[in-house]
Design a protein. Structure first.
Lengths: 460, 1068
């Protein structure tokens, strides 16, 4: 008995000790092969590249177009929209959410903040990675991208939930909760509009220094995108010198325009995604109000295109008597393009130049753009000496160029108290709705739950 | 109160028998072999005559007419029967007969935990044994369904079942968790079963033990929080004669009753609705928006393409057509399940074996759908002095075809609809197969071939002929168990199991199928070139689960004088890997096995009929791996003194890779302790009629795991379609404080016997506290984490379930006719004790199966909106705002608080049970099993105008809607609104007007069996030939709700049809 027992004990003990010592490795197997606890530069870049929803469609809330005036809906089509938030936003109702607490209802707030969370998480994560000559390029690019994405989200949110920037009231107007940490348990407080815009600009400038001139794919930002966004933000803030400067820097990197004379205007979707004009690619989530089966392009806008203007064919098509949009730079009919393209930057430089009195430059930019938009056989370059008339022409072309791009709403807001301000209207059957320049409808209410949890001050 | 009623009812069902007979010559005294006590109620049958006698209280009966008798047969419930041959020459005056106790009576039950086997009298915890007899009462392809109504505290929840075949959710003793799984752990033989338990052939199962409290289950540690079901398969026995068992049965079902589903609007009403919507301009007319046949007729008539009279004719024709009639004829049939099993077993003193084969062949309700399964089970054991080795191998292969569709399948739906139109036909009057509208306008589809496209029509019956969808499972389980007895009473036991389960599905869509034609057509370019390949599509998927389990265990047993000690300790390691792969092949040729996936998936092509640009759909590919790693150490000890005082203790430490964090946070210790006191063995105990009586008590902790949480933030990788880059999305924001969930259980029980074993039972009361439970915290969406989209769980919640389990069995009548009753009664009710961030979303309290966790309420509370009726002039549902009736639903719902809701009670039965009666007469045994559920409510469905108009989801209540003033007195169904308003639909759909009491009693099954005893057919000697017939799904005999809905199946397409199984069982 003893002769068997001893070796047996020894074997059992040995095998147990071997097994226990390998236990740690045994338990370190990831429960799912595709899961990671992000810790490398590659992981953080992959988080920023999560384009399916989180980092692409989330960053530009589609309500910015739903509330805008490029289109109208018939009463029946409007009624057939299931989502209350969309219906209410269309008529600039004071409570757009209607107590709807579904995830999608508050997407205009939660989605951009989702991008902010990811950007913050990445910014914190890369601090822990050692910078070596091998990693510094990639880490800079990641940091610059994260700063850019966060600014992008803040800027979109500011256009929906804050008053337009006016330098004299910006310090007292309520801005956004500026979240700079990924800890989700922290409470949110509203900063001022001034602080909100300062943060956006500061981060964009810091980001621009770290980014490559042009990115590998257009869903990532390059210096061009950061300059483009800076130009857009400064234009809205009324700082035309800076707007001019950054538009100019942007166009130095990417000046390409598509010549509409050279493309097939009969296609059902005229443009491809990532086309030559796109500086930064960004989509919006599909909105039931903007689907082909409901949308009607504003008729005044539609008739404003001259006969030699190729944009009329490139952007619109007649669908059984209904004018619908087919000119999105997203290449899709469902998801609109919400990014940055060179045409916008030309228009920014032109407008800023005109406002700064650089008449020559403004005329030149306008002509460059028009040469790519008008029928070459029926168009000649023009020149406008009068600053006010020139500005009017630029603003008119801006209206006709940047359709359903997430830009019009910002323009309507910044035109408040200028000669370009005008009320906008909705009509549903016999009911009429009007949004006056500077009206409360230009600032959407913050979702109730956010106001309650953080005890925030609601917008009027 | 309700419990008292139950008791009274139970007591009434028992009436003790008084059948006795006594005259002259031979005195027979029957006693128990082990205790030598006289046995009352033993039956002494005189073979060769029809006479039988029953012993009295002293165990004695007097036999009078002995003339022709050759032998006596002596039987008593709970004891092995005995034969006594009478010799005429030597006949004593008094014949002493000793009966040996049967091994499987309640007092002698052996339960299994998967770690050790235990005589139930030594168990301090809560064990339920479901014996082979009970498991074999019913007939089914799987084993789990045989547990229903045959055990306490196991509830089958079918609230969420949408089809009658959907598997129910199982819970043992109510809830112990909030967000983790509440399903019990299933063990087969010794290890957790990974994969689909329906693979197991019920004929291979010997018994099932349920472990319900901490003392019973804590040996399973971190996975035992929801209770454990231990399935023990059949094995050979040492010193047993060779035996061959054959079992065959056929189960025939009725055809499904499609009228059960109330989501149906009669054709005539539906057509009226479509006309109304048409007049309102609801329908968009273009090539790509599919329109129903009636809307097409309306358009044709408006445009003058058909005249009024043929329009009316056609509408009239459609009004009289009902898809359910054709569906019932053409799509469904009677289900037939066949089961065959053959097994060989036997053993010598050194070796034993068991070999069994099973074959199942089921023809399902839906035409084109069937299932076959082959199982082989082989087990062997060898003994060499102090060394014993057991091995077993289990093999399963199953195959099923799903080449048909039912009424609720998407096949019959127009795209965007959730139901088939009520008036469509599969065949016309001439028997010609009819197309239905699918994704494009029927006009466009009809003209497709004229513009050079492929046929774009969808003919459901043609599609069915072409369907080729197969799935199959292969499973292999190998088990090796050497045991070495080191010293007297000390054994080293090593167990190793390898299990591999592979599930494969293949869907071959031939090029003739609509799916291919439609893709090819929509990508056909203006020049007629086909961008999408015109060939078959093959989709296949393979899930493979491989597990290794290794356990080293030492068992120690010491019996000395009055002391008995059994102890075990061990160490266990398990790994479970599950790999899923899948792919889709385009341009697939089934005859040549060729395919081609090389197409331009980046290019956007204009598509028909709409003209939008789209890329070719990428062939789907799938690759995922899930890995479980578990390490545990465990020990258990049971000490018994004089067989009267029993103490037990158990401890276990678990670690796993589930949390994906530092090792020191992965482990968790769990323990339990319990005691038994055999009160009736005490000197002072005097109640002779109440014997034995054991009091037991236990306390301890079980754990529960949640596979989807993590302490560190984790991300999941995939390839981004847009850019082709690697992308990672954050799946959890991380929680550094994460711990395992712990369920503390207190259990108090009494095991009792009464009237010399005529009545035996168990009564248990328990309190189950789920602590450190993961609770979803409502996040501030500004944080960037929306807890509605992806939950954010922290260990902060507490739920308590209290309950009672009673099981009583009795022998009511003993004699030529025997009548036994088994009564099972369970009560369980949960209450949330702590939940820091309860939802304030009022809608989540009324819709859905359970409610969000709220302190003080059960998770299964049923809430609804108060109902005050319909408006007299508009038929709108009325709500009360500021004390006034109103129809401002939006503001009403916005301002509603939980306190304003009507709280009905529970939506899941807190009280349930069953009563099984068995009557035996000669060779015939009849059983009937009733089950009941009480004190709960269910919500009926009704018409929802938003769903009706947007997705065509109907309900028969539509015909009962408010139409004109005055109707509000007779109906609560709102009028059809001008503008659909979901708030209006919800105010009605989730109102108290639609809540009904769900209490009911049903006949679970009725069975009858006939034993022919031993028969000889030529040289073959057949033993225990038994024929049986069992009918099940017999429906309710009483229910509180008077409508046609069965409260246990509120949402299914049809009730599980009644069925009858006929079978035969024999031994050679």
């Amino acid at each position: 008995m003893k002769r068997i027992a001893l070796p047996f004990y020894a074997t059992v003990l040995a095998s147990i000790s071997v097994l226990i010592s390998s236990c740690a490795d045994f338990l370190d197997v990831k429960p799912n092969r595709s899961w990671v606890v992000p810790n490398s530069a590659q992981d953080f870049q992959a988080i920023l590249d999560d384009n399916t929803d989180n980092m692409n469609k989330w960053r530009t809330p589609v309500l910015i177009e739903v509330s805008s005036d490029d289109y109208y809906l018939t009463e029946n089509d409007w009624k057939s929209i299931g989502d209350a938030t969309t219906r209410n936003t269309y008529v600039w109702a004071s409570d757009i959410f209607e107590g709807d607490v579904k995830e999608g209802a508050v997407a205009a707030w939660s989605h951009p903040y989702g991008c902010v969370f990811r950007a913050n998480y990445v910014l914190e994560g890369i601090q822990k990675i050692k910078r070596t000559p091998n990693t510094v390029v990639q880490l800079n690019q990641i940091e610059g991208s994260a700063l850019f994405y966060r600014s992008w989200a803040f800027h979109q949110l500011a256009q929906l939930f804050c008053k337009p920037y006016h330098s004299n009231t910006a310090d007292s107007d309520l801005g956004l909760p500026i979240r700079l940490e990924s800890d989700i348990t922290l409470k949110s407080k509203r900063a001022s509009v001034q602080n909100t815009y300062s943060r956006i600009i500061e981060d964009l400038k810091a980001g621009a220094r770290l980014l490559p001139e042009t990115p590998v794919v257009k869903t990532r930002p390059g210096k061009s995108a950061a300059y483009g966004l800076l130009a857009r933000v400064y234009l809205q803030m009324g700082d035309y010198e800076q707007a001019y400067r950054y538009a100019d820097s942007c166009l130095l990197i990417q000046p390409t325009l598509i010549d509409y004379n050279e493309i097939d205007l009969t296609l059902n979707q005229t443009f491809m995604q990532f086309n030559e004009e796109v500086i930064f690619h960004s989509l919006m989530v599909a909105s039931p109000a903007l689907m082909d089966n409901r949308i009607n392009i504003d008729s005044v806008l539609y008739v404003s295109y001259a006969a030699n203007d190729l944009r009329k064919q490139a952007f619109f098509r007649d669908n059984n008597g209904k004018i619908i949009f087919k000119g999105s730079y997203s290449g899709l009919s469902v998801n609109l393009f919400g990014g940055i393209a060179t045409d916008e930057i030309y228009l920014i430089r032109a407008e800023a130049a005109a406002r700064l009195g650089l008449i020559e430059q403004a005329n030149q930019d306008l002509n460059t753009l028009m040469a790519h938009r008008k029928d070459a056989s029926h168009w000649n370059a023009g020149y406008e000496n009068n600053q006010a008339k020139l500005l009017r022409r630029i603003v008119d072309e801006r209206r006709k160029e940047l359709i359903l791009r997430g830009i019009r709403w910002g323009d309507l807001r910044r035109y408040t108290n200028t000669e370009f301000a005008h009320p906008i209207y909705r009509k549903l059957g016999s009911s009429e709705f009007q949004l006056l320049p500077g009206g409360d409808g230009y600032v959407l209410p913050i979702p109730h739950e956010v106001v309650e949890i953080n005890n925030l001050q609601q917008n009027p | 109160m309700r419990i008292l009623e139950m008791f009274a009812w139970v007591a009434l069902t028992f009436f003790p028998p008084i059948i006795s007979n006594a005259q002259q010559p031979l005195v027979v005294k029957v006693s128990a072999q082990n205790t030598k006590t006289p046995l009352e109620g033993a039956t002494v049958t005189l073979k060769g005559t029809a006479l039988s006698y029953i012993t009295g209280k002293d165990g004695i009966c007097l036999l009078t007419d002995l003339n022709d008798a050759i032998s006596l047969a002596i039987t008593h419930v709970g004891y092995q029967p005995k034969m006594h041959i009478l010799t005429n020459t030597l006949r004593p005056d008094t014949l002493f007969i000793f009966l040996a106790p049967e091994t499987n009576v309640i007092e002698e039950v052996v339960v299994s935990t998967g770690y050790y086997e235990l005589d139930k009298s030594l168990a301090t915890g809560s064990f339920d044994l479901i014996s082979n007899d009970v498991l074999n009462r019913t007939v089914s392809t799987d084993i789990i369904s045989r547990l229903e109504s045959n055990t306490t505290s196991l509830l089958f929840d079918r609230r969420g079942a949408a089809a009658s075949g959907d598997s129910p959710e199982l819970t043992i003793r109510g809830l112990g968790t909030i967000h983790s799984s509440s399903s019990p752990l299933v063990i087969v033989d010794n290890f957790p079963y990974e994969g689909d338990i329906s693979n197991l052939n019920p004929n291979d199962v010997e018994s099932i033990t349920m472990l319900k409290d901490a003392s019973a289950a804590s040996i399973w540690g971190a996975r035992a929080g929801n209770g454990v079901i231990v399935i023990t398969t059949k094995k050979g026995r040492y010193d047993e004669k060779r035996s061959i068992t054959f079992n065959h049965n056929v189960k025939v079902y009725q055809k499904p009753d499609l009228g059960y589903d109330e989501h149906f609007i009669p054709s005539a009403s539906y057509i009226e609705l479509e006309k109304t919507l048409f007049e309102r301009g609801h329908y968009t007319e273009n090539d790509w928006t599919p329109l129903s046949p009636v809307v097409e007729l309306l358009i044709a008539n408006r445009d003058g393409r058909i005249d009024d009279s043929s329009f009316e004719n056609r509408i009239h024709q459609l009004s009289n057509s009902d898809i359910r009639e054709q569906a019932s004829d053409l799509l469904y049939r009677s289900r037939v399940d066949q089961q065959h099993s053959l097994s060989f077993s036997g053993g010598s003193s050194l070796q034993n074996y068991m070999l069994s084969f099973g074959y199942d062949n089921n023809i399902n309700h839906v035409v084109g759908s069937d299932f076959q399964r082959v199982t082989i089970n082989a087990a062997n054991s060898f003994k060499f002095s102090s060394f014993e080795v057991s091995t077993s191998a289990y093999f399963t292969n199953s195959r099923s075809n799903e080449n048909g569709f039912g009424l609720n399948s998407p096949v019959l739906r127009q795209s965007g609809r959730s139901q088939p139109l009520p008036y469509i036909s599969l065949l016309d009057e001439l028997g010609i197969r009819q197309p239905i509208t699918k994704d494009v306008r029927s006009l466009y589809a009809e003209g497709a071939e004229e513009i050079g496209l492929l046929n774009w029509q969808f003919v459901p019956l043609d599609e069915r002929d072409l369907m080729d969808y197969q799935s199959g499972t292969n499973e292999i389980r190998l088990f090796l168990n050497p045991v070495y007895e080191l010293l007297q009473g000390l054994k080293v036991d090593v167990k190793y199991q390898y299990q591999k389960q592979g599930l494969e599905t293949k869907n071959h869509v031939s090029k003739e199928r609509y799916e291919v034609r439609s893709l090819v057509n929509s990508f056909t370019q203006a020049d007629g070139s086909m961008v999408f390949p015109y060939g078959g599509i093959l989709t296949s998927r393979n899930d493979q689960t491989v597990s290794h389990s290794l356990r080293l265990q030492t068992n120690y047993m010491l019996v000395k004088n009055n002391h008995q000690l059994r102890a075990l300790a061990g160490w266990e390691l398990r790994s479970v890997d599950r790999i899923t792969t899948g792919h889709e092949l385009y341009d697939y040729d089934h005859d040549l096995f060729t395919w081609n996936n090389q197409f331009n998936f980046q290019e956007r092509y204009p598509t028909r009929p709409r003209g939008t640009n789209a890329r070719l759909p990428l062939p789907s590919t799938l690759l995922s791996g899930v890995y479980g790693r578990y390490v545990s150490t465990f020990s258990n000890a049971i000490y018994s003194f004089k067989d009267k005082y029993i103490f037990s203790a158990s401890a276990r430490w678990d670690a796993s890779n589930l949390f994906g964090v530092k090792t020191n946070q992965k482990g968790t210790p769990l323990w339990s302790a319990g005691a038994n006191w055999l009160l009736s063995d005490e000197e002072f105990y005097q109640l002779d009629w109440l014997q034995p009586l054991t009091i037991k008590m236990s306390y301890g902790f079980n754990g529960n795991t949640h596979g989807n949480v993590s302490a560190a933030p984790t991300a999941i990788y995939r390839t981004d379609r847009l850019t082709g880059l690697r992308a990672a999305s954050i799946r959890t924001p991380g929680n550094p404080m994460l711990r395992w969930e712990k369920v503390g259980i207190q259990n108090f029980g009494i095991d009792f016997g009464m009237f010399d074993g005529r009545i035996a039972g168990t009564l248990e009361y328990y309190i189950k506290d789920g602590r450190d439970l993961l609770g979803n915290v409502i996040t501030d969406i500004t944080s960037g984490w929306d807890s509605r989209a992806s939950s954010y769980l922290i260990n902060d919640a507490h739920i308590r379930t209290r309950g009672l389990d009673i099981s009583v069995s009795s022998v009511n009548v003993e004699g030529p006719v025997k009548w036994r009753t088994n009564v099972l009664f369970s009560y369980a009710k949960d209450r949330v004790m702590k939940y820091s961030n309860s939802s304030s979303n009022i809608a989540s309290f009324t819709s859905g199966l359970g409610i969000p966790a709220v302190v003080g309420k059960s998770r299964n509370t049923l809430f609804s909106y108060p109902w005050i009726g319909l408006d007299h002039t508009s038929g709108n549902p009325l709500v009360v705002m500021d004390g006034q009736p109103s129809d401002n639903y939006r503001d009403y719902l916005n301002n509603l608080e939980i306190g304003d809701l009507v709280e009905h009670g529970l939506s899941l039965a807190p009280i349930f049970g069953s009563i099984r009666n068995t009557i035996t007469w000669k060779n015939i045994e009849a059983t009937i099993n009733f089950s009941w559920k009480a004190d709960y409510y269910f919500r009926k469905q009704s018409v929802n105008y938003y769903n009706l108009i947007n997705s065509g989801e109907g309900h028969k209540d539509y015909d009962a809607r408010w139409i004109k003033p005055g109707d509000e007195l007779t109906t609560s169904v709102p009028s059809m609104p001008e503008v659909v308003n979901q708030a209006r639909d919800n105010v009605y759909g989730y109102s108290e007007a639609l809540v009904e009491k769900a209490d009911h009693i049903r006949i679970n099954d009725i069975g009858i069996s006939y034993s022919l005893g031993n028969r000889h057919f030529g040289k073959i000697n057949i033993r225990n030939l038994r024929l049986y017939l069992i009918m099940s799904n017999l429906g309710t005999v009483w229910k509180s709700y008077k409508g046609s809905i069965d409260p246990d199946y509120p949402h299914v397409d049809f009730l599980p049809p009644r069925n009858a199984a006929f079978g035969l069982n024999m031994n050679f």
